[in-house]
Ligand binder design. Structure first.
Ligand SMILES: C[S@@+](CC[C@H](N)C(=O)[O-])C[C@H]1O[C@@H](n2cnc3c(N)ncnc32)[C@H](O)[C@@H]1O
Length: 465
């Protein structure tokens, strides 16, 4: 540990400020991962929260700070010279601890919406260069329609909001670096529909058992649906058990052709969180499937598509009905409950050309040739893995199946870059990439990529109007 009583251990940059705390004045150098930026103290890297490149700031080093650590982590306490991207925290409670914040969930709350796009673009490009070995990547990051509007400003996008009950049983959130739970009476990232449901339930004044996990799920109403809370299309879950509302909520995704797919989704399960994300991502996948697979004749409408990590069938249903209406979609998903929803969602949309497998993607693909050989040679693979990515072995299975086109939807640029590196080793080229800011106010971002067998149009032009 750094001996705070020993002057020689405190370099000129470091200052002991009482209660075992160390502070320093630093210049912030560049963006790093996890919503942090990089500074240096005496040659040691420090990852700083709530900073921006080019700023001069005072930071407090997180404890414990061991002399032997290769790097430290820290948080801004004071800004001397601000970046042009700095704004007052849009949600102060999620801002720096020193300014009365400390609850998680909005680590870019100090960054303007434009600055957030720059941050995310830089971070994806950096991972692609460093891990994916992609030369000179250009990754446009698109803002979701309506996120910039007055009264929204990057807030109110979560259709699922989660809390914990404090010692008195009130709805609260955990404060970083402590066991404190801070009672909350608002959640600025929650969609307006979630907040309406919270008001209807008087949620922020209810008492739960201390430590209870509380979740509200409330799909954003779409055209033709009532926005009335009385419609009952929402759920209050405590410790994953339904307390009020519905076990399954209805979600409607409007497609570019003016029609819509209807889904029934387990309120406690996975669904794309941003109120517009399902629509934005489905439209992307369909458009990219058309432009990179159908139009290039790599795929015909009677071919096979794999939809891996398929959840409740968000992509499976429109792929089956719009892209291969005379072929088959093989969907593989690990959660049995999500697969049950997906089967019902296919029926709900009158789609019959889907084969669902409940199981681990890698294991299922390994057994495919033996059990379902007619589905073993897909002309298009769509995959949307969890944060850890698909991994080398899954990528190898896709490559072994001689798949000409792959559409990869990713919520983590680092694992995406790792998987892209493997695809490239196996002869695929990055044909298209862009990203959507479906997690404003956080460092998270959703990237959509097309990989095709070498020779297919690199960085092909696709117009998403
Ligand atoms: C990012 S979600 C995507 C779901 C769906 N594509 C959607 O957009 O609604 C990832 C999904 O992968 C599933 N999953 C995670 N690991 C898996 C594995 N090893 N094998 C199969 N499914 C897995 C999760 O249950 C989850 O539904």
């Amino acid at each position: 540990m750094v001996d705070l009583t020993n002057e020689s251990e405190l370099t000129p940059q470091l200052e002991a400020v009482g209660e075992g705390r160390l502070e320093a004045d630093v210049e912030i150098e560049r963006f790093a991962d996890q919503g942090r930026c990089i500074a240096h103290i005496d040659g040691r890297v420090v990852f700083v929260r709530f900073a921006l490149p080019g700023e001069k700031v005072r930071i407090r080093i997180d404890e414990p700070h061991n002399r032997k650590d290769r790097f430290w982590t820290a948080e801004v306490t004071k800004v001397y010279e601000a970046s042009s991207y700095r704004v007052d925290p849009s949600w102060p409670l999620a801002g720096p601890l020193a300014w009365g914040g400390g609850v998680g969930g909005a680590d870019l709350t100090h960054v303007s919406l434009d600055g957030q796009l720059v941050w995310k673009r830089t971070s994806i490009e950096e991972q692609l260069r460093r891990i994916g070995k992609v030369d000179d990547p250009h990754v446009p990051v698109l803002r979701v329609p309506q996120d910039e509007e007055a009264g929204v400003g990057g807030l109110h996008w979560r259709t699922r909001a989660e809390f914990i009950a404090d010692d008195l049983g009130y709805v609260s959130m955990r404060r970083r670096e402590s066991h404190d739970r801070v009672r909350v009476k608002d959640m600025p990232l929650a969609s307006k529909q979630v907040l309406e449901v919270a008001e209807h339930l008087d949620l922020f004044n209810l008492r739960f058992e201390p430590g209870d996990h509380i979740r509200i799920t409330a799909p954003e109403p779409r055209d033709g649906q009532t926005s009335d809370v009385e419609s009952g299309n929402w759920a209050l879950l405590v410790n994953h058990e339904l307390k009020e509302g519905r076990e399954y909520v209805r979600e409607r995704v409007e497609l570019a052709d003016g029609k819509a797919c209807e889904y029934s989704v387990l309120a406690s399960g996975f669904w794309q969180m941003h109120r517009m994300a399902p629509q934005v991502l489905v439209r992307d996948v369909l458009k990219l499937a058309q432009d990179f697979a159908l139009k290039t004749e790599k795929l015909s409408d009677d071919d096979v598509i794999w939809d891996l990590y398929s959840g409740s069938g968000l992509f499976t249903v429109p792929l089956a009905s719009r892209i291969v209406p005379h072929g088959q979609v093989l969907a593989i998903e690990g959660s049995q409950q999500a697969v049950s929803s997906a089967v019902k969602n296919a029926e709900r949309n009158n789609v019959e050309n889907i084969t669902e497998i409940a199981g681990d993607v890698l294991q299922s693909l390994r057994h495919l040739k033996k059990n379902l050989s007619e589905l073993a040679a897909p002309k298009l693979v769509v995959l949307d893995p969890p944060r850890a990515g698909a991994g080398k072995k899954v990528v190898e299975q896709i490559a072994q199946a001689q798949t000409p086109v792959v559409i990869y939807v990713s919520c983590d640029p680092a694992s995406l870059a790792r998987d892209i590196a493997v695809f490239r080793e196996k002869g695929y080229e990055l044909s298209f990439i862009h990203a959507h800011d479906i997690y404003p106010m956080t460092h998270h971002v959703e990237t959509v990529v097309v990989l095709s067998r070498t020779g297919v149009n690199k960085y092909g032009e696709v117009s998403f109007c």
